[in-house]
Design a protein around this ligand. Sequence first.
Ligand code: HEM
Length: 442
Amino acid sequence: MGRSIGGNQMGKKLGDARKPLRVGRTYPERTAAFGVSLGFWATGGLGIVLGFWRLAASAHLVLHRHLGNPRVLGAVHLFTLAGFSMLMMGALYQLVPVLLNCPPVRTRSALGQWLLYVIGLTGMIGGLSDDQGTWIALGGLGVVGGIGWFLANLGRLILRRRTWNITAWFFSCALGYLALTLMLGGLLVMRLEVHWPSFSHVLALHLVVALGGWFGLLMMGLSYRLWAMFGRRHQEPQRWKATLGLANVGIIAMGIGYAGSSHLLVWLGWVCQAAAVLTYVVDLRAAGWNDRRTMADPALRTQILATLFLAVFEAFGTEALRTHQPSFWVLAILAYGLGWLGLSFIAFIHKILPFLVWLHRYAHSGGSSKRPRLDDIWDPKTVYLPALASAIGLTTMMVGWSARGQGAWMVGIGLQGFAWIALAMGGLRAVRGPHRTRPEGT
Ligand code: HEM
């Protein structure tokens, strides 16, 4: 999947021709139906754009710190459930069979899961926006059912695997944390509606497990995989066991610390997760950060920008723990969610989508025909516009939040919305074509 791949070099570049990567070789013939990932990604992108619209509509509530307000909760879950979780589901349906050499999930089952999840989300988020208890409860049930179905689909894939690798460790842990997030989310919906159970730290637990476990481990696994493939050094991660172990200990210690009101354990967990981030960054650096040719790749450059926001997350999170001011947690979560996760997705989709288009449209078109390269399907330099708009937008939003300035908050949201719409338009063009084709070997 390198920048210069064309024609039947593709399969070789994907695994066979190189020394096999411990991070896992790929089995591109195991790919899921194209419509599955596209459907999830299109809905996920829409969820994020709608999230920005709802966040703009709730600006006065957010800036006056009414964060538990149902309208704000609705906007937050447009990002977390309708947006990023949906994007990740589309990526996992595609990646897990290709990485674990097992048959993909049946299209009917994946689309049925998508439909139930979308119906549930519409009910739950619509109910939150209008403060309608019945819709929140019914929609919440649909969300629980939709995510449960997704976990069952992925669980079946993992059971039928023919191989195992580093990425699979990260993905399976992330799926375990998604199951926990779901249980805690279900409890939170119940608490919102019937005021039971009144377990005071359930929200903190929900955040640790959802952000650190589900999103965090998934994105680390994905970036280990993609850096090993695209970094020109093809460097295997050396510290992945430390990253995985420390991240898990961090999440568990913080979880138990919050549940048992032990500040010491929460701090211990925080230090462990910071150490996990450090070993992860050291591995990425070894994969090519200081290699000039690797760093000419626009998507990989963008991922470094994403990782800078991870450092911002660490700084604000530490400040939040030190000062007990929730306001710093909001800055930390913004940097983590829209910065690290968002920018990483913007970067990686520029790698994954052209490959999928190539695989589904050109891989079987005969050896002698002209075929496009990946760069002809989606020009890698187009990543800069959404990446910069998103990074500047996020920074402006953070300034707006800190200064309670509605102007900055709205400008930041506008830039972020623009970034995601630009990304969607670029993705649509890459899927639709037409693509410049070149004879084999050029
Ligand atoms: C998948 C990842 C998820 C993430 C990252 C996430 C994130 C969050 C965040 C940041 C909040 C606090 C929002 C605020 O105070 O304004 C929150 C609260 C909440 N979440 Fe989630 N969430 C996720 C999944 C879920 C699921 C699956 C459900 C339900 C099925 C759910 C239900 C709730 C409820 C009901 C609250 C409000 C709790 C309260 O204030 O009493 N969440 N979540």
